[in-house]
Design a protein around this ligand. Sequence first.
Ligand code: CP
Ligand code: NVA
Length: 305
Amino acid sequence: MKRDFLSIADWSSNELKKLIDISADMKAHPRKFRESIKGKSIALIFEKQSLRTHVTFDVGIYQLGGHSVYLTQTDINLGKRESIYDVSKNLERWMDAVVVRTYSHQSCVDMGRFTKIPVVNALTDYEHPCQAVGDFLTATEHLGKLRKKKFAFIGDGNNVCNSLMLMSAKMGMNFAVATPEGYEPPKEIVDLSRKEGKKSGAEIKVLRDPSEAVKNADVVYTDVWVSMGQEDEKEKRMKAFGDYQVNKQLMKLAKKSAVFMHCLPAHRGIEVTDDVMDSRQSVVWDEAENRLHSQKAIIYTLTKG
Ligand code: CP
Ligand code: NVA
């Protein structure tokens, strides 16, 4: 049975822990895995822009001995030039896996359903599971055991927040998100996270006040206020999120040992100030690096046979 990586929700906490362990092993012993997907070809389909995800999948696949083919909307016009079903059926005749970044989460799920080869979600409007694996490797490196520690997410209850909340819940890490009214994470993600939290011991809080969320936090995380595809809402969002900037003052409420995290790209001076991004607490470049190791672990796990 082939396996997809579409949502953090689909993987058990043990499977996710194992992925993070393999990511750490990939990082410590890159040579060990050098030929592990030798001769395999992987499609990278990107409807949206990307720096980190594109580069790290491309480089990671090369480092494992495989080969990638990068396809943008200009190349294939997914769902318009050809249906997702037909694209999926073509790809499985040539490729060993597909990595796909789409606006609609359903497109990614459909591809998983239509094709016999593994499909990896490289970000949709709903989730960014690869980001969550890399980020939990980073958090582990800096904080050690995460169980019962506190993760604070400030800003938009968006795709990145959804995957991080689910991951926290599965890892037993308390999670507090503070958003303006109307920008909370979707109810089904919160409900599912709370259900997982009951098993793992994680407490999941949805709050309004950023100070309350950040108080005694071990991780302070933020993301852009305007995600890809929301450009038309920019003005409205800039007003709504005005009080949700992560700055020095807010960081003071977290633990002294807390780390600042951001999936990037960051809009400096908007959701985060330069003095936080460039502070000693900031681990954003480690997060960017760890995308490479964790995505190698995901590709390896799904395609090793
Ligand atoms: N964090 C992240 O996914 O970055 P990109 O959009 O540049 O891939
Ligand atoms: N929430 C952002 C994340 C980018 C990596 C977006 O979807 O644009």
